[in-house]
Design a protein around this ligand. Structure first.
Ligand code: HGY
Ligand code: MN
Ligand code: MN
Length: 432
């Protein structure tokens, strides 16, 4: 019988076969919110969950695939007593996202879906039930690629779905509402609002995820326990200068939008380097309608700024935006910035974190604690319930958001064993 690690590697390939046109031809993985590739991936996840033996598998109003493996009491009782039984039974929620960045890796998000699916398959094989309901949520959108609506899927569960997102348009002018309706979802705010979870019914949220960094790899450590998730802000910036002739306009008379954006980008790098743990990234930059022989009159670019603490992040953002304004005025151009995402740092719930520590120890691994430079759905659930994360070592020095992202089958097996140990830990030490 194949090991859990082997199953997870096979399942990862099953999900990675669905990529969007243009990327698929180049054998690259891009799976953004509600595209045909995304819907095919959702179907594949549903069949994986049904094969594993979940009691219920459904798609919710924002495209999350929700699988539930009922507790002993709520699965055995029938008729009206289910209501009584489930009234006292709490739920442990887990999950991660199945959308990807462009030309992304196969394990970012998806590993945090496949590990709990392997756990349920294991419980079914052992004919075991837990004393709590186990809810696995495969979040449909975390990366904020097709629409500027990062964490929309986990945000819907925490009551943070921004109604204006429904009218947002993608690069082809398709609104989120019509994308939802084309995907068979209601695209209706009242249905989305109903997704909000009642924290009273939950033990908490746990998430397994690849580290997406080099720390575990460099340390030769398979599993890490996350202490906190860094705070982040994302923004879309626009520099407006004056388009002019590249041949006749003297260098001293230019209002070059791209050069201002370039200077701002280098300044952001320099400012982030001043702090321990701060990062600033310009991931996208474009000159709309630019020509080889025209001085750029307009330049659009993105800013992603993060730090371990909200205060440090806010100082980083304030300094970068202030210096961007002075660069713009010195260059005679206009600088505008629209914030598209703001997420506070999310320290792990200590009791849940200690459970991960016991679980990692119980599978014979050293307890190594680290913070997360990457954002995760757990930081949204953090706003309404206790949360803590497990990191799994990434190969290739932990590179991620890159097709070289990789994990080992052995580490996938270890992570599944640790997850099973966590489930047992909650079984044997119910939450006080
Ligand atoms: O950007 C992030 O940190 C995550 O991968 N969405
Ligand atoms: Mn990611
Ligand atoms: Mn992720």
């Amino acid at each position: 019988m194949s090991s859990n690690g082997q199953k997870i590697m096979e399942w990862s390939e099953r999900l990675a076969q669905y990529s969007e046109p243009h990327w698929a031809e180049k054998n690259q993985l891009t799976c953004t919110y509600l595209t045909p590739a995304h819907l095919q991936t959702a179907r594949e996840i549903k069949s994986l969950m049904n094969e594993a033996g979940f009691d219920e598998v459904s798609t919710d109003a924002v495209g999350n695939i929700v699988g539930v493996y009922r507790a002993a009491s709520s699965s055995s009782s029938s008729g009206s007593s289910i209501a009584d039984a489930t009234a006292t039974v709490k739920t442990l929620m887990t999950g991660s996202h199945y959308d990807t960045v462009r030309n992304g890796g196969k394990y970012d998000g998806r590993l945090g879906i496949l590990i709990p699916i392997a756990c349920v398959a294991e419980l079914v094989r052992q004919q075991r039930r837990l004393s709590y309901d186990f809810e696995v949520v495969c979040f449909s959108e975390e990366e904020g690629q097709r629409f500027r609506a990062t964490f929309l899927a986990s945000g819907a569960l925490t009551g943070d779905f921004d109604p204006s997102w429904l009218d947002q348009q993608d690069a082809e002018g398709v609104t989120m509402r019509s994308a939802m309706q084309a995907a068979g979802l209601p695209g209706d705010l009242t249905e989305i609002i109903k997704l909000k979870r009642d924290p009273e019914k939950y033990i908490g949220f746990v998430e397994a995820h690849i580290e997406q960094g080099p720390v575990l790899f460099e340390g030769g450590i398979a599993l890490g326990v996350v202490t906190s998730i860094n705070a982040g802000v994302r923004a879309i910036c626009k520099v407006t200068g004056t388009a002019a002739h590249a041949g006749t306009t003297p260098m001293t008379m230019r209002e070059d939008a791209l050069l201002a954006a370039a200077e701002i980008s280098l300044m952001a790098e320099k400012r982030a380097l001043q702090d321990e743990g701060s990062v600033a990234t310009v991931g996208q930059m474009q000159v709309p309608g630019g020509s080889i022989n025209v001085i750029p009159g307009e330049c659009l670019f993105s800013l992603d700024m993060r730090a371990p603490f909200d205060g440090q992040r806010d100082a980083l953002v304030a300094d970068i935006l202030a210096q961007a304004q002075s660069i713009a005025s010195r260059r005679g151009v206009k600088f505008e910035c629209t914030e598209t995402m703001r997420a506070s740092a999310a320290p792990s719930n200590l009791k849940l974190q200690e459970r991960w520590e016991r679980a990692v120890k119980s599978v014979g691994q050293p307890v190594f604690k680290l913070n997360s430079g990457a954002g995760h759905d757990a930081m949204k659930l953090h706003t309404i319930m206790p949360q803590a994360m497990l990191f799994v070592r990434g190969g290739n020095r932990g590179i991620s958001h890159n097709p070289m992202e990789i994990i080992s089958q052995e580490d996938a097996t270890l992570a599944t064993q640790a997850f099973m140990a966590l489930l047992d830990d909650i079984e044997t030490h119910p939450f006080s």
